[in-house]
Each structure stands twice: as C-alpha cells, then as structure tokens.
Ligand binder design. Structure first.
Ligand code: ZN
Length: 211
C-alpha cells in the first residue's frame, strides 16, 4: 500500500500528535455517495474547521491519502482527537450495501499500517463507538470483516511483498490453510514452488473436497 500525499490549504497550522498517547482508530464514512476528498475539505472549512477532518482518506478505487496525517484530526469531539486517529471512507454506507473490493482491502491495509507504527492502539472501532449520536460509518460498512482481514494481513510478515492483484487470493488461501507460509511466518510470495510443495497443496484441497 502506498500512502498518497496531497497539499491541502489548512485554515490554521496542524498540531502534531503525541503518538505515545494514541489508543484508537475511528472509522468514518461520508454519508454522501459521490463526494470526494476536495469537496469534503471545502465542507469542513465551511464549518469553521482547519479543513478535512480525517487523518487518512480511502476512496472507492482503493487510493489512500494522507490528509491530516499524524497531526491532530477533527473527526471526533475534542479531546478524543488527541488520542484517536480518524480514517474517512468515501461513500454512504447507510445507503450503499456493498463496498468496492479495492476500497475494502485498502481500508484493511491502512489499519494494519497504523497499528504497525503505533503499537499503543488497542481499539479499532466505528465513529459511533465513541459518539453514539451518529450512525457513522453506516449500517452496511463491513467493519468487522475489515478488522479481521487486517489482522490476517498482520500474520503474514512479508505481506507487503504481495502484488496488489494477488492479495485477495493470498489472504484466502492462507485463511483456508491451503498455503500457510514458512516457519518464520513468511509467505514468500515471489519464490518458486517445488513439485512436493504443489503435492501438499493439492493434497489439502483433496482432503477439503472429500470431507
Ligand atoms: Zn464519522
């Protein structure tokens, strides 16, 4: 996953987070089916905020952008913004029932990435977990699946070496126990495969078919 950068014009300077105090990640949707990052930035400026409230943004195509990055966000009520990182997802998941796969996997990866660089994070939850007055990120947002998948990605130590086109397949065969990687927890995604390894894989498949 590559985190893309964009120059935003902030209404006032951003304040760096103290990463040792971060304990959570809040997941948001836009409650709007088409609005992009720039529109959201303008809307949040119009509310008198510094600009787009989220630390990171994930669009329908699976692009991940740094917005406020590791500076204090505005996605929740203060002082929660000092201890929780907000990720905004394009879309309205009170209306749209299925998230595009690219957006889903990018969401899993940014969660995994943030948990990797900020080990004090203990809670990944919906915006409404912290503020019950909202339905954000929407009743159809696949949050449990996203958290589970990001944890599965964490188990594969060299997951970053897997090509984008193969990520879903690698996760599926790993979860199903068909291909489980080596003793050090590496999948070795680009290593050649031997005939005996293929035999083990086919044997596992046959046992599943016959059970
Ligand atoms: Zn929200």
């Amino acid at each position: 996953m590559k985190i893309l950068k964009k120059e935003f014009q902030w209404a006032s300077p951003l304040i760096p987070l103290d990463l040792t105090k971060i304990t959570g990640i809040a997941i948001h949707h836009m409650a709007h089916q088409t609005a992009g990052m720039d529109e959201i930035h303008q809307w949040h400026l119009a509310r008198g905020w510094k600009g787009i409230a989220y630390n990171y943004w994930v669009d329908y195509d699976g692009n991940v952008y740094e917005c406020r990055g590791l500076n204090a966000g505005g996605g929740l009520f203060d002082p929660l913004n000092d201890v929780v990182i907000s990720i905004g997802f394009q879309g309205d998941y009170d209306k749209t029932q299925t998230m595009p796969k690219k957006q889903f996997y990018a969401g899993c990866e940014i969660i995994r990435y943030l948990r990797g660089i900020i080990p004090t994070i203990t809670t990944v939850a919906s915006h409404k977990h912290w503020q019950t007055s909202t339905s954000c990120p929407g009743k159809y947002f696949p949050l449990e699946e996203m958290i589970q998948m990001s944890e599965l990605m964490t188990k594969i130590k060299d997951f970053d070496d897997v090509s984008d086109w193969a990520k879903e397949a690698v996760l599926n065969v790993y979860e199903a126990g068909i291909m489980i990687g080596d003793d050090e927890g590496r999948f070795n995604p680009k290593a050649p495969i031997t005939r005996q390894e293929v035999a083990v894989i086919v044997d596992r498949l046959l046992k599943r078919i016959n059970s």
